[in-house]
Design a protein around this ligand. Structure first.
Ligand code: NAD
Length: 264
């Protein structure tokens, strides 16, 4: 590819994707409101707050694809999530439509289905069951992606990212871990697959206890498995009735972080 734009490049996922995307493109434009420094001759850094399509358009114009990661990655008050995640994705899709960027990869999340029990294998076709307000915001992000694919012809891939960690560290990760190399593999597949108009797919490693169905839509088969990292305590997490979101699905998590009152 000639040019890829990576938003939210200073964050956790962006830092993992930086080197592989740099190798995949002649030019990599890294965008974040936090300061960044170019680390290679083909990197171009832009400090910008992606608050409107007008701000985004001149940054992404002429790119082959945008990987949009910028946003709030966890539970927060709904107004903040709507602005950062939903309107943020809209600004990128709308700027992409206006400037003719053919492909957008959107960071979605496994938390969009975190209220399914651990005993259910969830496929991307099943209805959302968000485990909080953050998951709700990702439902809207995916709907926007679908709209821009169906109505305006953009190629859009929504990756429902699992738990990106260097190594799995807790029982839930036995199902949800996404290794750095599998993260890069999914994103590169989303950027290059020739036949995709719209896809929503889980991006998760090949974990023995995964509870999400991997689709062949993107043609990437993950390589790593959390099972081989000696995580103890899996039995209680995988007990009947536990929500896939684990502690994230606890009402208190949303009451506290979502800024909701505990009672009337
Ligand atoms: N980390 C994970 O395991 C995980 C799992 C599921 C989904 N995701 C999704 O992946 C994306 C990246 O997550 P992360 O963990 O790297 O988060 P992060 O908070 O580490 O990084 C997000 C980056 O976006 C930037 N940003 C936020 N709002 C911005 C704006 N308006 N303009 C410009 N830059 C802005 C921040 O400065 C930050 O550097 C998010 O959309 C998140 O919901 C992450």
């Amino acid at each position: 590819m000639q040019t890829i734009v990576l938003t939210g490049a200073a964050g956790l996922v962006g830092s993992v994707l930086r080197a592989p995307l740099r190798r995949a493109a002649k030019r990599l434009i890294l965008v974040d409101r936090a300061p960044l420094t170019a680390e290679a001759p083909n990197e171009d850094v832009r400090q910008a707050d992606l608050t409107s399509a007008e701000t985004v358009a001149p940054i992404i114009e002429g790119a082959d694809a945008v990987v949009h990661l910028a946003g709030i990655p966890d539970e927060a008050p709904l107004p903040s999530l709507l602005e950062a995640n939903v309107l943020g994705a809209h600004h990128v899709l709308e700027a992409g439509r206006r400037t003719g960027v053919p492909r957008v990869v959107l960071a979605s999340s496994n938390r969009l289905t975190g209220c399914y029990p651990v005993t259910t294998t969830v496929s991307p076709e099943m209805p959302p069951r968000p485990d909080g307000l953050y998951g709700v915001s990702k439902v809207a992000v995916e709907a926007l992606g679908r709209l821009y694919a169906d109505k305006f012809g953009l190629r859009v891939v929504c990756l429902r990212i699992g738990s990106l960690e260097a190594e799995p560290t807790e029982p839930r990760h036995l199902a949800t871990w996404l290794s750095p190399r599998d993260c890069a593999g999914f994103v590169l597949a989303a950027l290059t697959h020739p036949d995709v108009r719209f896809a929503a797919a889980y991006a998760v490693s090949a974990n023995t206890r995964a509870f999400w169905e991997l689709t062949d839509d993107l043609g990437y088969r993950p390589l790593d498995d959390a099972e081989s990292h000696g995580i103890a305590g899996g039995e209680s997490f995988f007990a009947e009735g536990t929500p896939q979101g684990g502690g994230y699905a606890d009402p208190v998590y949303t009451l506290l972080r979502g800024g909701l009152a505990a009672s009337a």
